[in-house]
Design a binder for this molecule. Structure first.
Ligand code: SAM
Length: 314
């Protein structure tokens, strides 16, 4: 239905949306909402009619939560508040990593994704790599994230297995197992029942500094889980934010996990890929080198020419 034939109440809300995001943006969003309504009510969260969708958007809810999905590579992943909406930067480096793993001599490879959220990174890798070549595990401390990661794996036809490392060679499909766990808790590897060492460790951890968090737009701050964003939460997990840590707390945690030999998380020559915030790449590269003894460190840029990923090898 074109904007001109909207029912009167929806037309009034649409006019408000035009005022807030511009006429062209509002027309595009209206079209995507109408397409989402046509395609499936199953993926839409909340009440699903055009009037309520427009109303939610005018109130500042991110479009992806209203549509219920977000494209990620060739996939269309489910999105539900407050789980972080997968970002295009993450999509870009995940595709690049899949190309690196295609020529990886260790197959099948095992992968651990720390702070997995919607499961977007391991699910896209499982989708892009040949069947039976990747067995991924994801960990997140949010129940909502783990449920969404499971739903996304099912939607994308990725098996969620209880597959043991000794069975990997016999399984003909790629697998992804999302697990609830706090990577900052002492003994988290054992508490989660992880089976290290892994060939690859990936993570897009929370990395926003207190200052940047305070300045985030309401469409992020009011909707996405602060635990997915704040880089320096207090040690107990409560949301007091330290001001001195430059958003790097999770990289220190990951480096400590990689440096530990009880247990050894990453195999010798194993690969680490960590997404970083703007201006953090060289500090994270230094942490990985000094604390986790990683070598062959590379910094990958995103499509907007920002240093976005630190890649290293054990
Ligand atoms: C920036 S989001 C990334 C989500 C997903 N990997 C992505 O790229 O869209 C960070 C995730 O870390 C999770 N998280 C925060 N603190 C954590 C902790 N201590 N242990 C495990 N996961 C944590 C959050 O729940 C959130 O899902």
């Amino acid at each position: 239905m074109p904007a001109g034939s909207l029912p009167p109440v929806a037309a009034r809300i649409f006019a408000l949306l035009k005022r807030s995001i511009g006429a062209q943006g509002a027309r595009n969003e209206l079209r995507w909402m109408q397409e989402a309504l046509k395609k499936s009510h199953a993926t839409l969260s909340g009440s699903a009619d055009i009037e309520s969708m427009l109303h939610r958007r005018v109130r500042g809810e991110p479009l992806q939560y209203i549509l219920g999905t977000q494209p990620f590579g060739p996939l269309n992943l489910l999105t539900r508040p407050p789980v972080l909406i997968p970002r295009p930067e993450t999509e870009d480096w995940t595709i690049r990593l899949s190309e690196r793993l295609l020529s990886w001599r260790r197959q099948p490879a095992s992968l651990l994704d720390l702070c997995t959220g919607s499961g977007c990174i391991p699910i896209l890798l499982c989708h892009l790599l040949p069947g039976g070549s990747l067995h991924a595990t994801g960990v997140d401390l949010s129940d909502a994230a783990i449920q969404l990661a499971r739903d996304n794996a099912a939607l994308c036809g990725i098996a969620v297995p209880p597959v043991l490392p000794e069975q990997y060679g016999k399984v003909k499909r790629n697998t992804f197992l999302p697990l609830l766990g706090n990577i900052r808790a002492p003994g988290f590897v054992a508490a989660c029942g992880l089976r290290p060492p892994y060939d690859v460790v990936t993570s897009n951890p929370p990395y926003i500094t207190k200052e940047d968090y305070d300045n985030l737009s309401p469409s992020v701050k009011d909707w996405e889980d602060p635990r997915a964003l704040i880089g320096d939460p207090a040690a107990g997990g409560e949301m007091e934010m330290r001001e001195d840590a430059r958003g790097l707390t999770f990289y220190h945690t990951i480096a400590d996990l990689l440096a530990s030999s009880t247990p050894t998380l990453l195999k010798s020559d194993g690969l680490v890929a960590l997404e970083v915030g703007e201006g953090q790449a060289s500090a994270v590269a230094e942490i990985m080198e000094r604390k986790a003894h990683m070598k062959n460190i590379e910094i990958w840029k995103d499509p907007w020419d920002k240093e976005r990923v630190v890649v290293g090898q054990k």
